[in-house]
Design a protein around this ligand. Sequence first.
Ligand code: AMP
Ligand code: MG
Length: 391
Amino acid sequence: MISVEHAFELTNTHTSKTSKTVTLGITEALGYILAKDIVSPINMPPFRQSAMDGYALGSIEEKNFILIGEVKAGDTVDPALKKGEAIRIFTGAPVPTGAKAVMMQEKVDVMDKEIILQKPVASNANIRPVGEQIKKDEIALAEGTKITAAGIGFLATLGITNIEVYQKPSIVIIATGNELVSPGQPLDYGQIYESNSVMLQGALHTLGFSKINILKIEDEYDATKNLLEKVIDQYDVVLISGGISVGDYDFVGKALRALHVEEIFYKVKQKPGKPLYFAKKGETTIFALPGNPASSLSCFYIYVLPTLLKISGYADYNLKQSTAVSNSNYSKKGQRGEFLKAFVKDNEVDILDGQASSMLRSFALANAIVYLPEEVSEINIGDTIHVINLP
Ligand code: AMP
Ligand code: MG
């Protein structure tokens, strides 16, 4: 059995950014990571642009100007503007070639066909120069950049429609267990509703992973082995729920061994989630998560999430951590590291009731996980502790 820290490090060292890229429309690329530098195809702004509603001036030495017309946003004209002449102009409109500055309208007195400046104006005031934000052929966004809403907007301003990003992995979730029934069906004696697959799918959706398939399998060796053999070939990431413990009807470990996967670790000194299993087969990443729902989700956040983000090209793939002051006392019973469901607000953290690995209610109300390393045995009210913020 290895420590949490060692397991965490092993998932990291055995994971690398995918070499697969895909070209997507910018509107589909939210949350993806750029696989190539994007070079700007244009100057932005593409023409000298007025930053104000006001008057473009043919010279800046005078106080009085003759008004000769107007240019509004979208006009394609470039009227000649001479010394002593001004033209009405609006925000976003092209500034005539001869203009030396734009004076905001609030600082101008207007008399019929003439304007008078209330104060002097600086050369090029309120004119956005060509390429002020970015010049043609400069790098607009570099490889490794995560595409956000602002990024989509920025690329759209440059007229870019498609970009090359790192492909997100295809993921299969396999729920094992004879006792499991899908919600919506009647429950017989001895049965429970299957919750892990939809829970993990929800967690994946939150992170922007959408290529997910869900399969179910009974506790039967041959069926388990056959299904695993097939999915390891077909998917980038295989997430198995349950069947990885030491019971007589836990067949996942045995099946994976028979398939000659490269086992990287099995069993971590942690609570919940001791029977966590991590393996690779070629390019495929395999996690077998313990079936108890809170164990499954805890292992997902701590180990699977950073792995998936790293595969997808994220440089910043770990959950955000912070510190908070504990409002709770907690004492650990065993020697293992513990992950506790918690709620953080205003720099204070409550450790929630109902920490058993079979219970999801506390997790449903949590926004953070508190980690107690092996060597820490208790938390006292007022202690400053580390919290891992959930996405
Ligand atoms: P296992 O890891 O298969 O030994 O399962 C441990 C516990 O988690 C058992 O009580 C199972 O009934 C429960 N469990 C396993 N898989 C699921 C699932 N997909 N949804 C809900 N509970 C599960
Ligand atoms: Mg089971």
